[in-house]
Ligand binder design. Sequence first.
Ligand code: HEM
Length: 495
Amino acid sequence: MRLRLHKHILSQAMSSSSSLPSDPSKLPLKPLPGSYGLPFFGPIKDRLVYFYCQGRDKFFSTKIEKYKSTIFRTNMPPGPFISSDSRVVAVLDAISFQILFDTTKVEKRDVLDGTFMPTTAYTGGYRVCAYLDPSEPKHSLIKRFFISLLASRHETFIPLLRNTLSELFVELQDQISDKGEANFNALSDSMAFNFVFRLFCDKNPADTKIGSKGPQMFDKWLAFQLAPLVTLGFPKLFSLLEDFLLRTLPFPAFLIKSDYKKLYDAIYTSATAALDQAEGLGLKRDEACHNLLFMVGFNAYGGMKTFFPALLKWVGSAGENLHKQLADEIRTVVRDEGGVSFGALDKMTLTKSVVYEALRIEPPVPYQYGKAKEDLVVHSHDAAFQIKKGEMIFGFQPFATKDPKIFENPDEFIGDRFVGEGEKLLKYVYWSNGREIENPTAEDKQCPGKDLVVLVCRLIIVEFYLRYDTFKVEETKALLGSAINIKSLTKATTI
Ligand code: HEM
């Protein structure tokens, strides 16, 4: 009930004017609402409210209601002592959020994790690609390496993925037969890791020194870097203790040094073709390998770890009607096209829409940051605000992609939202740190894995409905995103 009430308030505040601004320059320039409170105490108070009193979404919706604005000043965790300045200007609607994609206006240097950056001891002493601003020449050099690496593996995507997915389905079915349910997250992590490692490093990780431990090693490495941004969900009694332990001092990197070395060695010895490609472009082999490790473990594995369970959660809970429509579409297209190919996947309009809808309703990387490169005017639907050079802009993406002025019933998962005319709304789907209708370049900060991610998600759905008619899921809370148990699978009755 409380949740419904706060969603309603949010929706009202975000809907206070009735149409999109036709001429933003005519919008009234208003003073930025919000405050940072007292130095030191303000950031601590805000982060306690954010993690332990209101929770993330209510923290933002309460401020939207209070200031009657989707743009305002606030502190963002972690605050002292991990971040030296936690003051941000939050942009929480579909229009103002787009300022974060304009790298001529915002600087993306060291802002991947927000107002703090983990020590480079986690990345072999290098500031890897995701921390670089496009104005730094290294950024485009490394990103060009990733873009050309992806292009060189294009023909491998579908066969390798189908292979990895069939291993997942065997395991899934075994667990359900044995225990009556399957922990999808563990299976999905292992599938994602195997796929990414084999794709970029040309070797089965089981045949390297890391064996089957890759996902756990990356999980630990990710958790150490991102600890200041999470809560472990302990009972309230332990809130202050948890806050103190996670957000006072950064976790020292030496604790994961030996795992990092094993991952680095496995990639260095396996990914010889990729590293040759990097050297050919002018990168040092060692720097390329640390960048490849970060791309494999943080960008790709980390993103998939969060999103695949979320995808299954949303599709699973959408009900049997959608399941039947998906099964019909997928089986008809595969039959007509004579198999699963890029062309066949492109014809599956409902499947495509379902994937975009999941990426819209639960964007896997919810936070984006950028520092104003100059004095800027940023506008929401109904007002404009000045942001000064050097101020940090923060976008909370789930609010931008659930903006009620853009999306009808924004909190509802509507499988066919992006079919037909609905495709026009794809420009407001931002999960890749850019508009879904745009392609990443070496000069911007959009995810170079964008098309691959969408392809993998479509293929998961396709392979699912080639095997099963319907399934039931149950959600529990996880550190990052959702934890999913598959409770039942109904085998396909038609082919
Ligand atoms: C579900 C999986 C994935 C998700 C959710 C995801 C999401 C993102 C997002 C949101 C960003 C921008 C971060 C920021 O600057 O705020 C990003 C950047 C990046 N992603 Fe992905 N990504 C995924 C998979 C991949 C894959 C498969 C690759 C492989 C090439 C990849 C490579 C990168 C790189 C290298 C960057 C940094 C881009 C730059 O600095 O210009 N990602 N990703």
